[in-house]
Write a protein that binds this ligand. Structure first.
Ligand code: GLA
Length: 577
C-alpha cells in the first residue's frame, strides 16, 4: 500500500516526488453511466488525478434523511479503475455555482462559523459521508490522496476556530491523507482561509508566478499547487455567454507548470446542473448587488464540453500536459453515441398549476406574514402566496417587499404581471375587494459571498399602498414532489399555452446524447422518463438542455414540462448533440 505525503517542496508518493496534474469533474453533474467515459478522457488529456466536491444539500435533503451518499464511493472506485488519483473536497460549503454553495436550506445557526448549531449537523453529515472517503484512501489501496478543509474560507469569513475545527473533524473521522485549504492569492484570503500546519493552495485563472509569490509570503515551504485553475467560466441567465480562448488558457497552464507547481483544472469537464441545482451570484464588486442566477449548463467552456466531447482547449492542454507525462498519453476513448434521428414530442395532456399544487404540494400555511421558502421547507421549487385585498377600496399599488426571486401574479384569476427583485410593484394598481395570488420561484440560492444563505420567497411582506396585508396563505411545491405525478388530474391541453404541467411522449430511434429545445416556451423544468434535466428559460444565453443518452430509451419516452409563464404550444424537440 502506498503513502502520499506533503514534502518541503513536493508531493511525495512513497518518498518519490510527484506532480499532480488534476482535473475537476463533479460526479453529481454527470450521468453515472457516463463517468467511465469522462474519466478516460481526463487520462487522455494527460491528467493523473481527478478532483470532486461533495454537495451536502443533494445528499441530505432533510435533516437525517440521506440520499445516495454511496455515489461518492462509486465515483472514487471508477476513478481508481481509470488509473487516476482523487482529491475530495467535502465542504461542507463548496461554492461551485451550486444551490446555496452546497449547504442544505435547513441548516440552522450561523453557517460557516464555529456556532454549535451549525457544527452539530456538519458533524452528523461528515460521520455519514466520510467512511466513503476514508475506506478509499491511498494507504488502503484507494485513489484518495488529498482532502480539502472547507472552500476558499478566506473569501468569506475570519472565524479561525472554524476551519481549524473542521480539520479536527476530518482527522477524528479517520482521514489520514494530507489535508489542504484553497484560497484566492490575496493576503487577507490566505490569512482568513488557511489553517496552521495544513497545506495551503491557491486558486486563479492567470498570472501564476505572481500568485505563487503571494502564497510563498505566507508559506515559505510546501509544494505549490493551483487548486482551481479557471480555464473557463460559467454563465448567468440573461447575460452574455462567457468563453476563454484555448491558446490563452494553455499558456496560463504552461506558466503554472513552469513554476514547478501542481494543478487542478477547474473544470476539466463541467457537465450539467440537473434538477434545478444551479446556484446564483450577487453582482457588483462586493457581491451584494443584483441576483445573477446560474444557467443549467455547467459547460464552463472547459476542455471537455457539456457532452464530454473534446474541444480545441482539450487538444491544446493535451499538448502542454504531454510534456509532463510519464510516457505516451492514451488515446481518447470513442465518444458516446449521439441521438441518430431528430424527434418531436407530442404533448397530449396538461394540468393547471393550481391542480398540480393541489395534488403534489405541501400543506397550506396561514400566517400574518408570508413564510419564507425555508420555513415551508421548500428547497427548489415554487410557492403560491395568496392574499385578499379587502374592499371596497380604491386602486392602490401592490408590492411584494423583499421578493426573492420572481413572482407571476394573478388578480382575481387574471394574469396581472411578473415581479422581480428589481421590480417589486405591480404595474397596474389593484382595487379591493380582490384575491391576489403570487407564484414565487426560487432561481437558485446564492452560492458565493456575504449574501449566501439568504432566504427565498417574499421576505419583507405584501403591501397594498403602505398597508401590510396580513392573513397570507402559502403553499409550497418542491421539485422533488413532482417525481410522482400520478395524482395530478391531467386533461387535454386547450392550445392556449397556459402555465401548468404538460405531459407527452417522444418516440426515439437510435437513442444517444441529445439536446432538447422548447421553442416559444418561457421558463420552467423538463423531465424525461422522470429524470429532471433542469431549468430552461427563454432569457438565454442557454438555448437547449443536454440530455444524457442513458436517460433515453428506444421507442416511447415520457416527457413532462412544468411551465411557469406561458408555452407556445409548439412541441419540444430532440436532436443529436
Ligand atoms: C471559486 C470556488 C469554486 C467556483 C469558482 C468559480 O473558486 O471555489 O467553487 O465557484 O470560484 O467557478
Amino acid at each position: 500500500m502506498s503513502e502520499f505525503t506533503v514534502g518541503d517542496t513536493d508531493f511525495l508518493l512513497d518518498g518519490r516526488p510527484v506532480r499532480l496534474l488534476s482535473g475537476a469533474l463533479h460526479y453529481f453533474r454527470v450521468h453515472e453511466a457516463q463517468w467511465g467515459h469522462r474519466l478516460a478522457m481526463l487520462r487522455a488529456m494527460g491528467l493523473n488525478c481527478v478532483e470532486t466536491y461533495v454537495p451536502w444539500n443533494l445528499h441530505e435533503p432533510r435533516p437525517g434523511e440521506f440520499r445516495d451518499v454511496e455515489a461518492l464511493g462509486r465515483f472514487l472506485d471508477a476513478a481508481r479503475e481509470a488509473g487516476l488519483w482523487a482529491i475530495v473536497r467535502p465542504g461542507p460549503y463548496i461554492c461551485a455555482e451550486w444551490e446555496n454553495g452546497g449547504l442544505p436550506h435547513w441548516v440552522p445557526g450561523h453557517a460557516r462559523t464555529r456556532d454549535e448549531r451549525f457544527l452539530r449537523p456538519v458533524r452528523a453529515w461528515f460521520r455519514r459521508l466520510l467512511p466513503e472517503v476514508v475506506s478509499r484512501q491511498i494507504d488502503r489501496g484507494g485513489p484518495v490522496i488529498l482532502v480539502q478543509v472547507e472552500n476558499e474560507y478566506g473569501s468569506y469569513g475570519s472565524d479561525a476556530a472554524y476551519p481549524d475545527r473542521l480539520a479536527g473533524l476530518l482527522r477524528a473521522e479517520g482521514v489520514t491523507v494530507p489535508l489542504f485549504t484553497s484560497d484566492g492569492p490575496e493576503d487577507h484570503m490566505l490569512t482568513g482561509g488557511s489553517v496552521p500546519g495544513v497545506l495551503a493552495t491557491v486558486n486563479f485563472g492567470s498570472h501564476a508566478r505572481e500568485a505563487f509569490r503571494t502564497l510563498r509570503r505566507h508559506r515559505p515551504e510546501g509544494p505549490l499547487m493551483c487548486m482551481e485553475f479557471w480555464c473557463g467560466w460559467f454563465d448567468h441567465w440573461g447575460a452574455e455567454h462567457v468563453v476563454r480562448d484555448p491558446e490563452d488558457a494553455a499558456a496560463a497552464l504552461r506558466e503554472i507548470l513552469e513554476c514547478g507547481a501542481s494543478v487542478n483544472l477547474y473544470m476539466a469537464h463541467g457537465g450539467t446542473s440537473f434538477a434545478g441545482w444551479a446556484g446564483a451570484n450577487r453582482g457588483g464588486d462586493l457581491h451584494d448587488g443584483p441576483l445573477e442566477p446560474d444557467v443549467t449548463s455547467y459547460d464552463y467552456d472547459a476542455p471537455l464540453d457539456e457532452a464530454g466531447r473534446p474541444t480545441r482547449k482539450f487538444w491544446a492542454f493535451r499538448e502542454v500536459l504531454a510534456e509532463y507525462a510519464e510516457g505516451p498519453l492514451p488515446e481518447p476513448p470513442a465518444p458516446p453515441a449521439p441521438l441518430s434521428t431528430p424527434a418531436e414530442a407530442r404533448v397530449t395532456a396538461w394540468a393547471p398549476l393550481e391542480a398540480v399544487l393541489e395534488a403534489c404540494g405541501g400543506t397550506e400555511v396561514s400566517s400574518p406574514v408570508p413564510p419564507t421558502f425555508e420555513e415551508l421547507d421548500v428547497d427548489r421549487g415554487v410557492v403560491r402566496y395568496e392574499v385578499t385585498v379587502p374592499g371596497p377600496r380604491q386602486p392602490y399599488p401592490l408590492i411584494a417587499r423583499g421578493l426573492r426571486d420572481l413572482a407571476v401574479v394573478y388578480v382575481d384569476g387574471e394574469r396581472a404581471g411578473v415581479l422581480t427583485e428589481a421590480e417589486e410593484r405591480l404595474k397596474e394598481p389593484v382595487a379591493g375587494h380582490a384575491r391576489v395570488e403570487l407564484w414565487v420561484e426560487s432561481l437558485g440560492r446564492v452560492n458565493y459571498g456575504p449574501r449566501s444563505g439568504e432566504a427565498k420567497g417574499i421576505t419583507g411582506g405584501i403591501l397594498h399602498e403602505r398597508q401590510y396585508l396580513h392573513d397570507v396563505r402559502a403553499r409550497g411545491l418542491r421539485l422533488d414532489d413532482l417525481e410522482d405525478v400520478s395524482a395530478v388530474p391531467f386533461r387535454e391541453p386547450d392550445g392556449a399555452g397556459a402555465p401548468g404541467l404538460y405531459r407527452g411522449s417522444v418516440t426515439v430511434r437510435g437513442a444517444g446524447d441529445a439536446l432538447l429545445e422548447l421553442p416559444g416556451w418561457t421558463r420552467g423544468f423538463v423531465w424525461l422518463n422522470g429524470f429532471n434535466l433542469g431549468r430552461y428559460w427563454s432569457a438565454g444565453p442557454q438555448r437547449a438542455l443536454f440530455v444524457p443518452g442513458p436517460v433515453l430509451r428506444e421507442g416511447v419516452n415520457e416527457v413532462r414540462v412544468l411551465e411557469f409563464e406561458g408555452a407556445s404550444g409548439r412541441p419540444p424537440t430532440l436532436r443529436g448533440v
